[in-house]
Design a protein around this ligand. Structure first.
Ligand SMILES: *[C@@H]1O[C@H](CO)[C@@H](O)[C@H](O)[C@H]1NC(C)=O
Length: 259
């Protein structure tokens, strides 16, 4: 009897785990995408040249839900979140931020900046390093954290101390039709000049220094790239087959961010 109960309990545990996460792991990298924002998002992925599209390039993720996507053990590309999307109309763009030609499945297309970008370069070969970072080099839309599921203490990129949208200067703001600030451009994206974009005469770490604008990004999100030659603590030597990527990691508007 005890054994049967144990077996049933184990089965229920397995079933609920599968129902909760719907994730399976096998010879690939599993990315758990959590939406802790109090609004729906439409995560999107785009591979770098030479790598396959994963998860069709984009999908719907309601508030409070988790969705697993899978990448090859060696893969390189970007992940971002789209917000404020309506795909049932013929309007282009379909999303207030991160839109890819009005499509739900970006299928390899990159999103329209500004968005908070998770940049990933995974290596199957253990003697090479896997890199993950979060970039605001083109701007910001919502906060994100990245962590290794087994070793969150050593291997975490934290979210932001506050929303950049709340402190975004007028000249960098992106607002929706209701006038709400939904994203914040980087100075490089907004003004397209060499000083902010670290190009030409400013194309070295010595010449390209933080600006008043990049400092606003850095103060709000110290763990992200705030300009091209920024040096946030990188996520290296954290190779894993299970990563968690959490959008709005502490909910929304909280003072401090957990994972
Ligand atoms: C792994 O990378 C190292 C260093 O680049 C290389 O020497 C080695 O041949 C690679 N191993 C495999 C199995 O590709």
């Amino acid at each position: 009897m005890k054994l049967l109960e144990l077996a049933i309990a184990f089965f229920l545990f397995l079933a609920s785990h599968l129902m909760l996460t719907g994730c399976v792991a096998a010879y690939q990298v599993t990315l758990y995408l959590h939406n802790k924002c109090p609004f729906p998002i439409w995560p999107a992925t785009a591979p770098n040249t030479g790598y396959p599209v994963i998860a069709d390039g984009g999908f719907y993720l309601p508030s409070g839900q988790t969705h697993c996507i899978y990448a090859p053990l060696t893969w390189s590309g970007r992940i971002w979140a789209r917000t404020g999307c309506k795909f049932n109309s013929n309007w282009k763009p379909a999303c207030e931020t991160g839109d890819c030609n009005g499509r739900l499945a970006c299928n390899g297309l990159i999103g329209k900046a500004p968005v908070t970008l998770v940049q990933i370069a995974l290596q199957e070969n253990q003697s090479k390093s896997s890199f993950i970072d979060v970039s605001l080099v083109d701007g910001y839309n919502i906060p994100v954290s990245v962590t290794i599921r087994q070793r969150p203490e050593q291997c975490t990129i934290r979210g932001c101390l506050q929303s950049v949208n709340d402190v975004c200067p007028q000249e960098l703001r992106v607002s929706n039709k209701k006038g709400k600030v939904v994203a914040c451009k980087s100075a490089c994206l907004a003004f397209d000049n060499d000083i902010f974009c670290c190009r030409n005469a400013y194309g070295t770490p010595e010449k390209c220094q933080p600006s008043v604008y990049s400092k606003i990004f850095k103060d709000a999100c110290p763990c992200y790239y705030s300009y091209a030659f920024d040096t946030p603590p990188p996520l290296v030597n954290c190779a894993s087959e299970e990563y968690a990527i959490t959008f709005c990691p502490s909910g929304w508007g909280d003072a401090y961010i957990s994972i």
